[in-house]
Every structure is written in C-alpha cells, then in structure tokens.
Design a protein around this ligand. Sequence first.
Ligand code: NAD
Ligand code: IPM
Ligand code: MN
Length: 370
Amino acid sequence: MPTHKLLLLPGDGIGPEVSAEVEKVLDRLAADGSARFEVERGLVGGCAIDAHGVPVSDADVARAAAADAVLLGAVGGPKWDGVPYEIRPEAGLLRLRKDLGLFANLRPAICHAALADASSLKRELVEGLDILIVRELTGGVYFGEPKEIVDLGNGQKRGIDTQVYDTYEIERIARVAFELARLRTGRVTSSEKRNVMKSGVLWHQTVTALHARDYSDVELKHELADALGMKLVQAPKRFDVIVTDNLFGDMLSDVAAMLTGSLGMLPSASLGEADPVSGRRRALYEPVHGSAPDIAGRGVANPLAMIGSLAMALRYSLDMAAEADRLERAISSALDAGHRTADLARPGETAISTSQMGDAVVAALSASAS
Ligand code: NAD
Ligand code: IPM
Ligand code: MN
C-alpha cells in the first residue's frame, strides 16, 4: 500500500478548526486500511508571520512542492491588518499558488438534495445544481505588473493593478475546462469582459480558436462576466463548466457558493501542469471560504468544504477515486441525516458544532467501510 505524503497548512481563524476535522477523516481512512498517510504540518498566513515574520517560509514552500498534496485551511484576519502589504497573510497563499505553478483552480458548486431549502434562492432554482467553475489562478490582475501605489506629488496618489494574460495561460486553462466538460455534460461557458478589456478580447479569441481546433465536440458559449453573475442567480442550472480568469473566478465562485446553501460547502483543487515523465502534478486543496474571523474560535464553522477538499485530493492527487466517492457520499449521508452547522440550519433546526459535523461524516464513512 503506498504511503501518501501530505502537507497540512491549517492557517488562521477557522482554518485550524476545519483542519482538525480533516485529520479525523484521514485517521478513519487509514484505520480502514484504505491508505497510509504521512502528514506533515506547516504554517501559512498570519500564524507564519507570527512565527517567522513571513506569511510562508521557504522551507514550507519546498515541503509543499515535495508533498503528494497540500491541504490548506484558510489565511488572514484582523490581527494582521497592520502588517506591510508584501507580507500580509494572503501573500503566503498567493506565493504557494505561484511558486508551485497551480494555474488551474477547480471549484465545484453542488447543491446537495438535503440542502435545497438552505440556499437563499428558491428550491426549484438550485435543486440538482452541479456546476464546476474553472478559475485561472496564477495570472491576471492578481500578479500583473505594475502593481503599486504611486505618489503623484500633488496630494494625489494613484493605485495601479495590471491585468495581464498571455495566450499560453488562456489556452492551458481552457484545455482543462474542455477536458473536464467531456467527462460531464459537455458544455463550457467562457467568461470575460471583452467589451472593455483587451485581455478579455484575447481570452475570447484564444478560447474560440482552441475550441475549433481541438474541442468542437464540446458546446462552447461565451458570457460577459457581469451578465454571468446575473444569470448564475437567475437560472444557475443552465451552466455546467464555467472557465474564467483569476478575479472573475474568485467573485463568481463566492456567488456560486450561495447556490449550494453556504460558503462553508465549497471545496477546491488547485492543480499544476502534469510532469511529462512521471505524470505527477503539484496540487493544493483548500475550501473556497476564508478564515471567517466573525465566527473563529467558537467551534461553529462548517467543515464540509474542507472535508470535500480532501475528497478532491483523494481523486486528483492520490489515485483514490473510489475513496473520494465514498467520502463524498459520507458528506451527503451526514446532510441527509439532518446534521446542520449554524450556516446551514434553518429557523427551528438545531445547529451542531464543527466537531460534531466532522464526527457525523466519520460515522457515515465507518458505516460504509468495506
Ligand atoms: P470569509 O470567507 O472568511 O467569510 C465570509 C462569510 O462566510 C463570513 O460571514 C463567515 O462567517 C462565513 N463563512 C465562511 N466560511 C464558513 C464556514 N466554513 N462555515 C460557516 N460560515 C463560514 O471571507 P471574509 O470575511 O471576506 O474574509 C476573512 C479573511 O479570510 C480575510 O483576511 C480574507 O483575505 C481571507 N480569505 C482567505 C481565503 C483563503 O485562505 N483561501 C479565502 C477567502 C478569504
Ligand atoms: C480565494 C481567496 C483568495 C483569492 C485570497 C485570500 C488571496 O479569496 O481563494 O478565493 O482572492 O484568491
Ligand atoms: Mn475568494
């Protein structure tokens, strides 16, 4: 049986709380004999600033690069509001994404049957929803230069961010979206704002050309990003795979989260290119949500996005697709049995703690052990 090397980076706020539940699930999988895990721990975000003065150390970046998969909780919080911009907690996460080349961020938004009434939208709009946002993660305005605040000397300052995309960056993320669409219902929606952005024009041209060349069996539609935001809350089920840039993908995935009932439900996988020889891909798995300072330390956060991120790691990095399915079924069973953290509970429903939700998933996993 292979031993999988995992690096766990719990981070800040609710990050350590939801990470503790993932450790319970790993223990359960190991006890079942499904796999052996060697779990190292590291620091990212505010906790790394406190310990090392930087939001991620070179040593932890190297350990992340060497791991079979990285599991990250969340970073950030008001405690570090005053630190210099270059070393703010979020910079640690951005460095990991960039240095590891994790350009493809998969953010599935699935509305579990048991949660169709937990969404802020009507049940009929979200019941059965299963969309996949494919977000470009190492380019665009997050990393484009110049990025600065310039003193204009007349009492005015100028804040500058730069949106940059090269053809190869658009092509490789679009390829990921088309390939994944072939495994689903074969439909891709590409989104940008070509009506106001040159990078949007190039994005549209590049995706269109790649589609004609290699993926004409997949249905391709284009939506301007503002209209897509509107359509996602108007009729979300008309979409399957959505491919978009770093910033639009960030915003649209938080919108999509609320279609599933809570931001605490959305997992994600951030993947690099496959090594041409070993086929190995660097990968980091993390919930879409942040460190939730408003509820941190109270043991009430929903751990399902973090546990769902582990399921994605089993599928995409550890060659354990059957176990990934089993873990996702365990999440569904816990919800079917009526377990709800506070973010999911409707008036009159009893909310359970983070730890109780983790226990409910582990119990459902145990019930399905072969
Ligand atoms: P957030 O995602 O942390 O929280 C938004 C809202 O959703 C809050 O009301 C929070 O309580 C709720 N929420 C989030 N996750 C939840 C969960 N698992 N269970 C129940 N409720 C949950 O976003 P924010 O408040 O805008 O940002 C807080 C900090 O997190 C900032 O420093 C931000 O930069 C950082 N952040 C980090 C990541 C990451 O580490 N990947 C992602 C987003 C934001
Ligand atoms: C996310 C977060 C990050 C992003 C922040 C924390 C840098 O919002 O992963 O969605 O903007 O990418
Ligand atoms: Mn975000």
